[in-house]
Design a protein around this ligand. Structure first.
Ligand code: ATP
Ligand code: MG
Length: 397
């Protein structure tokens, strides 16, 4: 039997979006079409709250397309299904041909049938019972378990065709790409900031990144590591413009003029001010950092209070309430962990004070800033901005 297989993607929160629903749906379709092209020629459209991805010829890479669909935010579930005409004989024949391979080694199953088309002559429980019977006779050793089956076999009677599938995997969740505006991620080479960026991308933000380097105190390799992280994030974020600004001169001026224990907080003030400037120029409407409350000296409540007070733009810190091990789990999920732990220096580790202030007072911080020409230093540093663009695959636009 010649089986034709498709990929079905089920919406997550998009279904709740009432009047905006159409624009959400079209951003999902647009993104899937862009992301599909390296995998071959697919027809992609939505109908009845589901996106259909149909291969157009035998050269299509279904495995690759399936993996890609699982990384597009906005879908709750992604599944491969086989298609046939809407009659019980065809559905049974398809179940017999398609499911044994999918259910090989599986011990228990149940069938969950759904009729989107209520004119179909059999009711859902009847369809489930008949297809269950087919599976029991076609798959050796398998048993029915309606309470906790290893695999749920789905049979869906939709408008045009019937679909048969074994199991369903979770989608990436969240909201469709580019549905929530653009944010500027302060991207270091660590574990936390790539996770923070992916978490905001999951809420529909388009991610742009800003990295601070301190060449020659930080190496070329450290910068390459950050570029590699940005490229890995593109699996979920598709495209990231990465801006790089040099903090070298600012750090030397701070070292030579300010109290050592204020160095960390002062440096963070410069980072935030430069990030705000970059966000305005590139039309980003929020800053995103990987800070987690209390993780290091610069992430105490008073330090965060000081860094927040020097900018006038929302600052999102999605990792703020997470433990390190929770952040690591996310980093593995987004595929950035292994690169994050490569041992290269970060500008924050250059001239690190022996006893950084954990409870900085704004007035004392301001007194330190009085000693140097902040605006001139900001202007000079901003001049060093360079941009590289990272894409999920070379032709993605
Ligand atoms: P991460 O694991 O993200 O590097 P961290 O635990 O090392 O975080 P910090 O070094 O205090 O923590 O940095 C806190 C946040 O400040 C980072 O998550 C990131 O958003 C930003 N940041 C730190 N260093 C840089 C840098 N060199 N360039 C851009 N942003 C940075
Ligand atoms: Mg860091």
């Amino acid at each position: 039997m010649n089986i034709s297989e498709v990929i079905l993607c089920k919406y997550g929160e998009v279904v709740l979006k009432g009047a905006n629903r159409q624009s959400f749906e079209s951003s999902l379709i647009k993104e899937l079409r862009r992301r599909a092209s390296p995998h071959g020629s697919f027809k992609i459209y939505f109908k009845q709250s589901i996106v259909y991805i149909e291969p157009q010829d035998e050269f299509c890479d279904m495995d690759g397309m399936y993996e890609t669909a699982k990384k597009v935010f906005g879908f709750m579930g992604v599944t491969r299904a086989a298609v046939c005409e809407k009659n019980m004989d065809a559905i049974k024949e398809l179940a017999r041909a398609y499911l044994p391979e999918k259910l090989a080694g599986v011990r228990t199953f149940k069938v969950d049938a759904k009729r989107a088309d209520k004119r179909f002559p059999l009711k859902s429980p009847e369809i489930s019972a008949e297809i269950g019977g087919v599976i029991l006779s076609a798959v050796r050793g398998i048993k029915v378990d309606v309470r906790s089956p290893e695999v749920v076999v789905g049979v869906e009677i939709r408008d045009d065709y019937a679909y048969v599938r074994a199991g369903q995997e979770p989608g990436a969740g969240g909201l469709p790409p580019r549905s929530s505006g653009r944010g500027l991620l302060l991207l270091s080479g660590g574990i936390d900031s790539p996770v923070a960026g992916c978490m905001m991308a999951k809420r529909g933000m388009e991610i742009e990144a800003l990295h601070f380097e301190s060449f020659p105190y930080t190496s070329e390799r450290a910068r390459e590591k950050v570029m590699q992280l940005a490229e890995e994030m593109c699996e979920f974020c598709s495209r990231i413009h990465v801006h790089v600004i040099s903090l070298t001169h600012i750090q030397e001026v701070l070292r030579d003029n300010c109290k050592e224990d204020y160095f960390t907080i002062l440096l963070r003030i410069f980072m935030m001010r430069l990030a705000e400037r970059c966000a305005r120029e590139y039309k980003c409407h929020a800053l995103i950092t990987g800070e987690s409350l209390g993780q290091v000296a610069s992430q105490t409540l008073s330090a965060i209070g000081v860094t927040d007070s020097v900018v006038n733009i929302p600052v999102f810190r999605p990792c703020i309430g997470m433990d390190k091990n929770e952040i690591v789990i996310e980093a593995r999920k987004y595929g950035t962990f292994e690169t994050s732990i490569l041992p290269f220096e970060d500008c924050c580790t250059v001239f690190t004070p022996r006893h950084p202030k954990t409870q900085p007072k704004l007035s004392e911080v301001m007194a330190e800033l009085e000693k140097i020409d902040v605006e001139a230093l900001l202007d000079e540093a901003y001049q060093t901005l360079q941009t590289e663009t990272k894409l999920v695959y070379p032709e993605y636009r």
